[in-house]
Design a protein around this ligand. Structure first.
Ligand code: GLU
Length: 383
């Protein structure tokens, strides 16, 4: 997913974000027909038959709670006060979740409501928890339907209409593709409502500063999810190697056609491949809190086969760390060769060191992930 001829036909893990104006038909309450149509397309993506025979894992990030809540409360104007918007979101979220549940069920799919905040994803322990939950849902072919937890935060209400949340979720699950469905066809060089010279942008590179300038600069969108928040979301998604498409949500069969490989909307490609992006992220953002050593067999399996680290192969635990911290992985000679996010604290790690994951319940009193460090959270660093 990294060259300029990129298309989405090979993308397996997909985050799809729909904004309020689409989901609620410009604020008139939830648009059941539109939601039903996207759900049918999601079912096609999950089954895979019509999209190159490749079953896809799909996560929906949907706004619409505030607009639906306003309708249910009989409010005709969007209030200015954040607490009123938050209350409307709490009311409307009931209807939003219910509609996705009904429409996905009609297509034979189960769904799950997940409410997240930016802070959840910045905290490494909560990040790992959210990630494990989402991975488990996807494993069971359940479609997570995510919104911001508007009761406790106001980020997306103030700025983004969930564009940023969509990107953060793409980072969280290491998606291949982020699709932002909106009420416009994509990105133009200028505002097409104001200038007849406006040209449609078919393709660009996520993170290219020229795109931000086209969308009017960072300051121009303080309001609700304009193009700029989508461009910034694409840049953020590219941080974990996901490319983004911004497309019109009412384009017939838009999702299925995209994943059949058709070029629709504006494609903002990620230049850094997924694995490299992850390596960069581990190197840039995280401080090492401790380390573990693994035996010769485990070193080999991790190095040459990219396997997860199991407690049974661990021989030592150094330093103090908590779940979600980055730790160094050392080989049997004590030399670091990898880094990863630890699923267990150093105290727990000492208890399970050298033991089988089947004994976790007995040793720890509970059982979480069977791996000490999952291969998806692991990068090779040294020799
Ligand atoms: N999370 C909010 C919602 O679902 C964001 C959208 C908005 O501010 O209208 O309604």
């Amino acid at each position: 997913m990294s060259d300029s001829s990129i298309n989405f036909s090979q993308a397996r893990k997909i985050v799809i974000k729909v904004g309020s104006s689409l989901v609620t038909n410009e604020g008139k309450g939830l648009d059941q027909l539109a939601i039903a149509d996207w759900c049918k397309q999601l079912a096609e993506l999950v089954k895979g038959d019509s999209v190159q025979g490749i079953p896809r894992e799909v996560i929906m990030v949907s706004s619409g709670a505030i607009a639906e809540g306003m309708k249910r409360l009989g409010w005709t104007h969007r209030p200015k006060e954040l607490h009123a918007l938050q209350a409307a979101a709490a009311v409307g979220q009931m209807g939003l979740a219910q509609m996705y549940e009904t429409e996905l069920r009609a297509c034979g799919l189960s769904s799950a409501q997940v409410l997240l905040t930016h802070a959840d994803l910045a905290d490494r322990e909560r990040y790992l928890n959210a990630r494990s939950t989402l991975a488990t849902l996807l494993e069971h072919k359940v479609i997570p339907v995510i919104n911001e937890n508007d009761t406790v935060v106001t980020d997306e209400i103030k700025f983004g209409d969930n564009d940023t949340l969509g990107a953060l979720v793409a980072n969280l699950v290491e998606a291949d593709a982020l699709v932002i469905l909106t009420d416009q066809k994509g990105l133009y060089s200028e505002d097409p409502r104001k200038s007849h010279r406006a040209q449609f942008i078919n393709e660009g590179q996520a993170g290219d500063p020229a795109l931000e300038a086209m969308a009017g600069g960072a300051g121009s969108s303080i309001g609700k999810g304009g193009m700029i928040t989508k461009i910034i979301a694409a840049k953020r998604a590219a941080g974990s190697g996901a490319s983004t498409v911004i497309a019109w949500g009412r384009e017939p069969h838009v999702l299925v056609r995209l994943f059949q490989g058709e070029a629709i909307g504006t494609l903002l490609s990620a230049v850094t491949p997924k694995q490299q992006a992850k390596k960069q992220w581990m190197a840039d953002h995280l401080q090492l809190r401790g380390s573990i050593a693994v035996d010769k067999g485990a070193t080999e399996k991790i190095r040459s086969q990219g396997k997860s680290i199991l407690s049974v192969g661990m021989t030592a635990v150094l330093g103090e760390f908590t779940r979600g911290d980055v730790i160094a992985i050392c080989d049997f000679e004590g030399v670091e060769f990898a880094r990863g996010l630890s699923n267990y604290s150093s105290t727990e790690a000492r208890l399970i060191c050298g033991k089988s994951s089947q004994d976790f319940e007995k040793l720890l009193g509970y059982s979480a992930e069977p791996e000490m460090v999952h291969r998806d959270n692991l990068v090779l660093t040294g020799r």
